[in-house]
Design a protein around this ligand. Structure first.
Ligand code: ZN
Length: 192
């Protein structure tokens, strides 16, 4: 487990001042004066998933006699690549087969958001969402597919605008049964 501390707004501001100097700009020039404060406030917002446990959203599930696949498709998200601190963003698709216990669909979107709002890599984001649902709802299976564009690939480096990375995490029936997995993937193909 990593050692996390509470966020420190003043330290973020000081670090941004340092960084602006280090890249050769002048943190005292007018256009940059408020930048450290803006970035600090922004980081507190876009990284607020760091100090929350997204699994909490799933604990308010309810019992129903539904044992067919439930899918929430095209959940938009924004995250930050932890390697470059540039955004990656796209859509997540989440499906599961309840074993008596379901959650409101907004809760699935909250789980995606909670894990997205951290320094992340897409592969880990995908598996964390799947693991959280498996752990809390204990369904028969979970499938998560994420499609995203990474600014670290499009505005720098290999510069391939429009290319999207696709990752998936399959658990339970979604992993064991190719019929279940095929059903899930075909339902994702329906027109966006
Ligand atoms: Zn990156």
């Amino acid at each position: 487990m990593s050692t996390r501390t509470v966020p420190d707004r003043d330290r973020i501001k000081a670090a941004v001042v340092d960084m602006l100097s280090a890249i050769g700009d002048d943190p005292a020039r007018e256009g940059l004066l408020e930048t450290p404060r803006r970035i600090a406030d922004m980081y507190l917002e876009i990284f607020d998933g760091l100090w929350s446990d997204p699994r909490e959203h799933l604990r308010v599930g309810f019992e129903v006699a539904h044992d067919e696949m439930v899918i929430l498709r095209n959940i938009p998200f924004y995250s930050m690549c932890e390697h470059h601190f540039l955004p990656f963003h796209g859509e997540a698709h989440v499906g599961y087969i309840p074993d008596g216990r379901v959650v409101g669909i907004s809760k699935l979107a909250r789980v995606v958001e909670g894990y997205a709002r951290r320094p992340q890599i897409q592969e880990q984001l995908t598996s964390q969402i799947a693991e959280a649902i498996m752990e809390v709802l204990k369904p028969d299976g979970v499938g998560v597919v994420i499609e995203a564009e990474h600014l670290c690939m499009t505005m720098r480096g290999v510069r391939k605008p429009g290319s999207r990375m696709i990752t998936s995490a399959m658990r339970g029936d979604f992993k064991q049964s190719h019929v279940t997995r095929a059903e899930f993937l075909s339902l994702l193909q329906g027109k966006h």
